[in-house]
Design a protein around this ligand. Sequence first.
Ligand code: LLP
Length: 385
Amino acid sequence: MFTEETIKKIQHLKTPYYYYDMALLQKTLNAITTESVKYGYHIHYAFKANANANIIQAIHKAGFGADCVSGNEVKCAVENGFDTSNIVFAGVGKSDDEINYALDKTIFCFNCESIQELEVINELATAKDKIASIALRINPNVDAHTHKYITTGLEENKFGINPYEFDAVIEKLKSLPNLKLIGLHFHIGSQITDLSPFKQLCLKVNKINAYFLSKEYDLPIINVGGGVGINYQEPDNEAVIDFAAYFKVFHDFMELRKNQQLHFELGRAVVAQCGSLISKVLYIKNGINTNFAILDAGMTELIRPALYQAYHKIENISSISPTLIKYDVVGPICESSDCFGKAVELPITQRGDFIAIRSAGAYGEVMASRYNLRDEVRSYCSDEL
Ligand code: LLP
């Protein structure tokens, strides 16, 4: 929510930029901590959602671990003071350099996605005379009912090891002495707003967990990834999601043994609502059927609408006009897909008005590009203004 006081503070800043409400981030972190400690769950923050330095620092202070998907994310976590014993590293295509770096740092766990990857990590660990702790990323074939580009837990997706490969993996591990299998890892997709896929996940995990025990792998770590969704339609109604309900699903349906810890990798639900992309209207073009509001921000700053047809609430935070008109809100990039929203109802909008594109804290700034040789996008946090 943009109060007059906030607007006063930010209106002199050169647009476009990301604005982060650090008080809301803190409130979200507190809610996650309160609801997860009830069950002794371990939370890793998925760096891929937002790696802004101030945000990372706040999350580190909250005591979260780190979930990384590249060597540079591991490096970013290390440089920001995350304990290496709290860093997990996933990804279907880890390069040798990335694996070597993570081995040197003795991270908590590699989440491994294929048999060949197991062989390579074993070989690189052997060369360093190290034992790498690993978890198997398993594809549980659970439909997350989310956009096809962000569903990951189906057999047709490139992620994880499929159940029909378990016996081959178990056999393979016997010949890889520099790997220590410590856990099972899952992630079924992102922006999951109905909790029932998580219940399905728990039921699948129970079976897989029992299967590995039957093969004499009593694994201490179960990691269920992230994926819980947020309210893009009405960001102010539910600025902090119902983490109590989310964690309770796992408490109710996951059968953990006494020695087993449950780990999560939350990204979007931590940072999405605290961020907005702030932009200025450059031009208004009134057509016969369509009025265009042309912004100084485009798909280069926030690609989600163009890439996933994602909805972000768009607000004119400076107009005081009581009359509402529909606009296609577009960016300046030379692509027709550079559109933030069609037929968006806004108060009469003029050149120079401020537009806030809401719920942009996750997968916004990190996915920005310099296409069209645009400037790198700026960002400001509420506590530094
Ligand atoms: N763990 C793994 C293994 C993941 O692949 C992801 C996200 C997460 C955790 C964190 O998921 P979250 O809690 O944020 O849903 N760029 C897309 C989202 C891609 C998600 C990729 N993986 C978007 O803008 O919607």
